[in-house]
Design a protein around this ligand. Structure first.
Ligand SMILES: Nc1ncnc2c1ncn2[C@@H]1O[C@H](COP(=O)(O)OP(=O)(O)OP(=O)(O)O)[C@@H](O)[C@H]1O
Ligand SMILES: [Mg+2]
Length: 319
């Protein structure tokens, strides 16, 4: 339903995204995850027909977003990062205006507007001027306009940004309810967001796609990266050195030092349980071992791991 092939966008000499390729199948909800400046909005703007890519191509519902931009855009509901809402229109007037632009047939407009207002919980705000709405309600109106005309594909750029926790929950619920009706790509830099709503996750950083996988597989992958917390009475530098020499240790980081007690985190090969070897090496040096225990990694950790050390984590292109 969405196909991006080696999308590249340069602004002058700056490359915002490079060779970004992925597919989103019909009915899927896919999360686009990455830190600030990663290239999420740039990719989504290309998909939404805001500007063309410098190289590569994208298709939405089978239409090339450049060569067949009109038909591509008709298949899309786009919620941009900065929604330009008409502050001096009422919610209903604004949605009528968008329905016209989207060529929703006149006799279906009233019903269609009522439908999206209901969906987004803004029915009781229909007569309010947009300029007087709270941020959360404006966001909902922005999502409502994206839903108008029942587009096959929804492109939602940070649909929950700036909302309070209750509103975030509601918007996520709304997105989950779209499952089966629309194909959705939504961007976020919050991991729980994709866990809560998405079938698959695209992870992007500095304009490059790092991983494409299901939240479950990402989770599994993170569990594959074992971490061990070690505390000992030892000189820090020597301890780090000793641990780094162990076969299967990927990385060692000092987390805490207090007088002569040193705490370190050892990142290890997932297939080996290195606790025994670590304990043995520390003790052999004559250093009192105070604690050794495995640490559970969070999705946050795997994300940082992917972003900072992509080569050490197997990337499954998938999709
Ligand atoms: N019109 C533009 N001109 C020049 N540089 C741009 C332009 N649009 C985006 N960029 C740059 O491209 C990079 C990617 O920006 P983009 O907005 O796609 O990131 P993002 O992943 O959406 O980030 P955020 O999470 O902050 O929204 C950034 O470094 C940004 O400064
Ligand atoms: Mg953005």
């Amino acid at each position: 339903m969405i196909q991006a092939h080696r999308l590249t966008k340069r602004f002058g000499s700056f490359t915002a995204i490079a060779e970004v390729s992925f597919r989103v199948e019909e009915g899927e909800i896919v999360g686009f995850l990455g830190p600030n400046g990663a290239g999420k909005s740039t990719t989504m703007r290309i998909l939404g027909g805001v500007f063309p890519p410098t190289a590569g191509y994208a298709r939405v519902a089978g239409y090339d977003v450049v060569d067949d931009s009109l038909r591509a855009r008709q298949a899309i509901g786009y919620f941009p990062e900065r929604v330009a809402l008409y502050t001096d229109m009422t919610v209903r007037e604004y949605l009528g205006y968008v329905a016209d632009m989207k060529h929703v047939p006149a006799k279906e407009q009233a019903r269609e507007i009522a439908r999206v207002m209901d969906r987004c919980g803004v029915t009781h705000m229909g007569h309010r001027l947009i300029g007087t709405l709270s941020k959360g309600y404006r966001q909902r109106v922005g999502i409502a306009q994206a839903l108008l005309g029942q587009p096959k594909v929804l492109i939602l750029d940070e649909p929950t940004a700036g909302l309070d926790p209750e509103q975030v929950t509601e918007v996520r619920k709304l997105i989950r309810e779209l499952r089966g009706h629309s194909t959705v790509i939504l961007s976020t830099h919050i991991l729980p967001e994709v866990e809560a709503t998405c079938d698959r996750v695209l992870i992007i950083n500095q304009g490059r796609l790092l991983a494409v996988d299901t939240p479950r597989n990402l989770n599994r992958r993170l569990r594959q990266l074992s971490q061990i917390h070690v505390e000992a009475q030892a000189p820090l530098v020597s301890l780090l050195e000793t641990l780094r020499q162990i076969d299967g240790v990927v990385r060692v980081e000092a987390t805490h030092t207090d007088h002569n007690v040193v705490a370190v985190t050892v990142l290890t090969d997932p297939t080996k349980d290195l606790r025994g070897v670590i304990a043995e090496r520390v003790v052999r040096q004559g250093w009192p071992l105070l604690e050794i225990r495995p640490v559970q990694l969070s999705l946050e950790d795997i994300f940082l791991e992917l972003v900072h050390r992509p080569d050490e984590v197997s990337v499954n292109p998938g999709g």
